[in-house]
Design a protein around this ligand. Sequence first.
Ligand SMILES: C[S@@+](CC[C@H](N)C(=O)[O-])C[C@H]1O[C@@H](n2cnc3c(N)ncnc32)[C@H](O)[C@@H]1O
Length: 238
Amino acid sequence: MNGYGCLAAYYDRLMTDFDYEGYLSLLDREIEGHEGVDLCCGSGRITTALARRGKKVIGADMSAEMLGEAVKNARAAGVNPLFVQADATTFRPQHSVDFATCVCDGLNYIKPKNLAVFFENAACFLKKGAKFVFDVSSEYKLKKIIGSNVFFEDYDDLTYLWTNTPFAGGVKMELTFFIRGDDGKYTKQTEEHTQYAHKQSAIEEAMTGKFSYKAYDFSTMGVVGSKTTRILWVCERL
Ligand SMILES: C[S@@+](CC[C@H](N)C(=O)[O-])C[C@H]1O[C@@H](n2cnc3c(N)ncnc32)[C@H](O)[C@@H]1O
């Protein structure tokens, strides 16, 4: 199965090390205006939090399973943002909006040859002066930390293995889930993901002429260094 099928049901549980609160504080400081788009919204953590702040936000994602989780999470939080199944390189809201986000690796799923199209598309639906905030797992993280390592989690109802195979432009990831049924028997499911290790320069080149930008090391909000694991950009539509 290709990415975010089986993972969707366990995604929020497995994402304990991502600083959503820190991200939201940054968004609170940076984004202005009422209407926005959360690209590659996944289970909708950011979409829902922005909706709870009174924003009119659309969450767009390719995975029907992740969108299913997003709808459940939003309803549980008492909000009802619009979720749309769409490719982030082509999705456009009906009219121009005030901000966009693409949080936690969404851009690592975009093929290098599609980076320019991704930014051209976002530029088309963002108003002049609109902020676009997004991040990537850095080349350093994908090649040196994830590399060819295997990670695992073991819960009562789930045992999860994450096996990585690097290639020149990124990492192929195989996720294996052993899911415990009510009868105590385990079912095995696998899915594959490909994350691309974009160079900072490639991303900035793809934005040039459409956005002004500033890049940060997400963990320090200081300058990006050779061991930065997550690079965050705060951009403004020109
Ligand atoms: C690591 S998850 C991040 C989800 C969410 N933004 C978060 O912060 O938790 C990456 C998401 O990108 C979505 N995705 C990958 N490629 C996409 C594309 N081309 N268009 C839209 N969504 C995509 C996946 O389905 C997945 O939900």
